[in-house]
Design a protein around this ligand. Structure first.
Ligand code: PLP
Length: 230
């Protein structure tokens, strides 16, 4: 028995079903398996079972894991990023989901230039204005995009959000809808930038997120089990 493989198969089925309910193709939605605090052995099992993208929150932890497992998957950074850790993030990750301020974008630009890399990023949006969460306010997103557009080594691919926590997925749905509507508005304002990705939805609410347009769902617990201390 391999619970990770079973969980993964179940989640991929749920992802496909949610996409099909709203007339989307299942392959429009990519699974980011969130492996913060998960040990290498269980990560190897997830990769063997078919996980293609791993999401990590803490740079130091992630760097150890990337060194051990290598580029057999695509690595996404989904946690809060301090400006002084920008270089490490650029060196290790294909997509950084959590860019929420110009200072950080500028640090990433500098690091990407040094490495000769074009760094793909998402802008994290704080839809509910929660003080405890990072993310740019929706009304400030356009200004941030405009500033990022001038940074040649960053490629903005879309938006990410961490909505307020509810134990009822339907209560979160309006936030997913808001992020999609914000992306649509910003796409009209910035036709030269391809805002194609919407990173939203976690273990408890990814189906609603997919029904509202998610292209990247970030799922940890439902694949790896509860995290210690969670
Ligand atoms: C931990 C985390 C997730 C995954 O949460 P689960 O509820 O375990 O699926 C998703 N996104 C971010 C930003 C996280 O920190």
């Amino acid at each position: 028995m391999n619970p990770i493989a079973d969980n993964l198969r179940y989640i991929l089925d749920q992802i496909a079903a949610a996409a099909q309910r709203v007339g989307r193709q299942p392959d429009e939605v990519k699974l980011v398996a969130v492996s913060k605090t998960v040990d290498l052995e269980r990560m190897r099992r997830a990769i063997a079972a078919g996980v293609k993208i791993l999401g990590e929150n803490y740079l130091q932890e992630a760097q150890t894991k990337i060194a051990a497992l290598g580029q057999v998957v695509s690595w996404h950074f989904i946690g809060n990023l301090q400006t002084n850790k920008a270089a490490g993030a650029v060196a290790g990750f294909d997509l950084i989901h959590s860019v929420d301020r110009l200072k950080l974008a500028q640090a990433l630009e500098k690091a990407a230039q040094k490495l000769g890399k074009i760094q793909e990023i998402l802008i994290e949006v704080n839809l509910a204005g929660e003080a405890s969460k990072s993310g740019v306010a929706p009304e400030d997103a356009a200004a941030l995009i405009e500033a990022i557009a001038a940074l040649p080594h960053l490629r903005l691919r879309g938006l990410m959000t961490m909505p307020p926590w509810f134990n009822e997925p339907e209560a979160v749905r309006p936030y997913f809808k808001q992020l999609r509507e914000l992306k649509d508005r910003l796409s009209r304002s910035f036709p030269e930038i391809q805002l194609s990705e919407l990173s939203m939805g976690m273990s408890g609410d990814f189906e609603a997120a997919i029904e509202e347009g998610a292209t990247l769902v970030r799922i940890g617990t439902a694949i790896f089990g509860a995290r210690p201390g969670a």
